[in-house]
Design a protein around this ligand. Structure first.
Ligand code: ADP
Length: 201
């Protein structure tokens, strides 16, 4: 069974939790629209825009870029992108971003239907990210500038300090659903699909 009405969901979890992988599945299987602020920022960096140049070092170190920049990116997409609901991947990452998203959705007459927290152990995250970097290099490419142990430590710290409070925030709003992110990709996809179906029924 597939969700009947478009649903808007947040994938919440630390770096390496598998948000991007699962978002891609939702795009493919349900024609949803993935809004990844990380991808948008990397695209800005690669195309050499003023903003891209400003954020490159911050991202490479593993720190968060300013709320103002990412909120601007999301606002632009929310008003232009069309599809069967949005998947917010890597956004919001701070309480200010969460408040801004709520206000933007309200302004555009949309709702937030589920916040899916992907739970994963820290040791697994480090292994996945180090593996992702090695795979990129083996395939003849280059690893992401922030996929190294030093930046990863900072990314994890940023997550615990600034993003993990969103778990309590969305729990208090009655929107939080937590799933085990440690299973195989297909298993995790089934758990997420069930939540999306329920939210859209
Ligand atoms: P990951 O989830 O693997 O850490 P992302 O691709 O989501 O990677 O993000 C990469 C980097 O882009 C972050 O470490 C941060 O510097 C920046 N970034 C992405 N989204 C946000 C956001 N919502 N707020 C602030 N910075 C962000």
């Amino acid at each position: 069974m597939t969700a009947k009405t478009p649903v808007n969901v947040i994938l919440l979890g630390p770096p390496g939790a598998g948000k991007g992988t699962q978002a891609a599945r939702l795009v493919e299987e349900r024609n949803m629209v993935q809004l990844s602020t990380g991808d948008m920022l990397r695209a800005a960096k690669d195309s050499g825009t003023e903003m891209g140049k400003r954020v490159a070092d911050v991202m490479a170190r593993g720190e968060l870029v300013t709320d103002e920049i990412v909120i601007g990116l999301i606002e632009e997409q929310l008003t232009t992108a069309k599809g069967n609901g949005f998947i917010f991947d890597g956004f919001p990452r701070t309480l200010a971003q969460a408040d801004a998203l709520g206000a933007l959705l309200e302004k555009t007459g949309q709702s937030l239907d589920a916040v899916i927290e992907m739970q994963v152990d820290d040791e697994v995250l480090v292994g996945r990210i180090v593996g992702r970097a090695a795979e990129a290099v083996a395939a003849g490419g280059t690893a992401r500038a922030d996929d190294n142990e030093e930046s990863l430590k900072l990314r994890l710290m940023e997550y615990y300090k600034k993003t993990s409070p969103l778990i309590g925030y969305y729990h208090a709003k009655g929107a939080l659903q937590s799933i085990d992110g440690l299973g195989a990709i297909d298993e995790v996809a089934v758990s997420i699909g069930a939540i999306v179906d329920k939210a859209g029924s």
